[in-house]
Design a protein. Structure first.
Length: 470
């Protein structure tokens, strides 16, 4: 039977089911829970018996019985002229006072937020996504509404590998693909599979994406940092480590923005063969290249040594939470087993919707549209930085949705970050992305994907003021 709902007090819901449980017992228990959890606070007045009975569609006598029982148990007080109120219970009162700081600890809002990794949320193709979900709901056979295949939807695996071959110069087929719930989940499964195969050390770019070292250590791997220079990962430094796996962002290094040079790409593949190792390619925003065609995926050069990980978090929106791993065939079984022991995978209807979105051409059309949006924002950012800070202060502008602002050498990076916060601007320094304490010139990471051109101009001027007062 449908539930009847009432919201007579702040944050209070009472749901009644016309089942075998007496209505009075259902109301009693839900009011007890609301008081214990702090949704009803000490001293708060409850609705009159007549009003609550009208809202719930029960007799007034039922509500009178409930209130009398709760008075007897000490949950509420009742007095003539004051109505029925929640009792002030010492243990619960302390709990209420302790809960207040949680609200105060919420993440502060910033007028301008240069946070890395957020695409233009205003450009998310919601109408196309609604269409795709509707088509998936209409066309997916009922036999496919159960648990998915271990590696994910066969349809989506066919579609995303075809897309990778077409757009990223890869050579994966559906047999190489495992569908996951976003990049981080794919990385966790990949590293666990590598650990089970005997690889115990992972090399990471320094600076590099945040928290990948934590994910690796949770999988049982040791981590070694490898420096990045103007050609990308330093392969000579990599050879000096004992690592047999390396995680790289070759098309647009995070955070510096450089692309792995052709010579380094060849050296990296040679290293993998020499140590019987593997390369994990984070292909996170390669579709957004502005000066020429995007640099092809490393996976296309050596599919038996390269794991290619991707998702729609940067191309559509993080909330969709679908990604994939294109793994060497000898690792697909281990990877699939890790997935099966941890999760049932991304929702099957969403997987079918994404497959239809790509097949229909709507995904490519969306990418073409937002690429021009990002190009315009990148140009606005570059122009304002050149005006305020002078020429050649930005690097990594050829691709992606972020760049690095090189600060004057005599300023303190951390002090600039804090001063910017006081001016309503959230920005991170490159030190935030480093695994080591090696001294480096001060710099800030500026993500322009989710900021308007007007916000970018104001943000750059605020950073200039932060540099001045730091």
């Amino acid at each position: 039977m449908p539930a009847d709902w009432s919201r007579d007090a702040p944050d209070l819901m009472i749901a009644l089911e016309r089942s075998g449980v007496p209505l009075a017992l259902q109301i009693q228990e839900q009011l007890r829970i609301a008081i214990r959890e702090g949704r009803l606070l000490g001293g708060e007045r409850l609705p009159s018996t007549r009003r609550l009975a009208d809202h719930l569609g029960v007799s007034r006598g039922t509500v009178v019985e409930v209130y009398e029982q709760l008075v007897a148990e000490g949950y509420v007080d009742s007095a003539v002229g004051s109505g029925t109120r929640v009792a002030r219970i010492p243990g619960l009162e302390r709990r209420d006072r302790g809960a207040a700081p949680l609200a105060a600890a919420a993440r502060p809002a910033f007028e301008i937020d240069f946070e890395y990794g957020i695409p233009d949320l205003g450009s998310v193709p919601l109408r196309d996504w609604v269409w795709a979900v509707g088509e998936a709901t209409r066309t997916l056979p009922t036999a496919e509404l159960g648990d998915e295949a271990p590696a994910g939807s066969p349809h989506l695996r066919e579609v995303v590998t075809a897309y990778h071959r077409r757009v990223r110069a890869g050579c994966a087929t559906a047999d190489h693909a495992v569908v996951v719930g976003g990049f981080r989940q794919g990385l966790a499964f990949t590293l666990a599979a590598l650990a089970r195969s005997g690889i115990d050390t992972l090399a990471l770019e320094d600076p590099g994406p945040r928290e990948h070292d934590v994910i690796a250590e949770r999988a049982g791997l040791s981590v070694v940092p490898v420096p990045v220079d103007h050609e990308g990962l330093d392969t000579s430094a990599l050879r000096a480590t004992r690592a047999r796996a390396v995680l790289v962002t070759p098309a647009h290094q995070c955070p510096t923005g450089v692309a792995l040079s052709p010579a380094r790409r060849r050296e990296l593949l040679a290293w993998a063969h020499e140590v019987d190792g593997v390369i994990i390619e984070d292909d996170y925003d390669a579709e957004f290249r502005y000066d020429r065609q995007a640099v092809g995926s490393l996976q296309g050069l050596d599919p038996e040594r390269v794991f290619a990980l991707g998702s729609v978090s940067k191309t559509i929106a993080p909330a969709i939470r679908i990604g994939w791993v294109f793994a060497p065939l000898r690792f697909v079984g281990l990877l699939t087993e890790e997935k099966q022991l941890s999760t049932r995978g991304a929702p099957g209807l969403d997987q079918e919707a994404l497959a239809l979105l790509v097949e229909s051409g709507r995904f490519d059309r969306h990418l073409r549209r937002v690429r021009e949006v990002y190009r315009s924002r990148r140009d606005a950012l570059a122009q304002e930085v050149a005006t305020v800070f002078g020429p050649d202060r930005l690097q990594g502008l050829a691709a992606g949705c972020h760049s690095v602002l090189l600060l004057p050498l005599d300023v303190d990076e951390d002090a600039v970050v804090e001063s910017a916060r006081s001016l309503g601007v959230r920005v991170a320094g490159l030190r935030h992305y480093r695994l080591t304490d090696t001294p480096a010139p001060p710099a800030l990471l500026l993500s322009f994907g989710n900021l308007t051109e007007h916000q970018l101009v104001r943000g750059v001027r605020a950073i200039a003021e932060a540099v001045r007062i730091s």
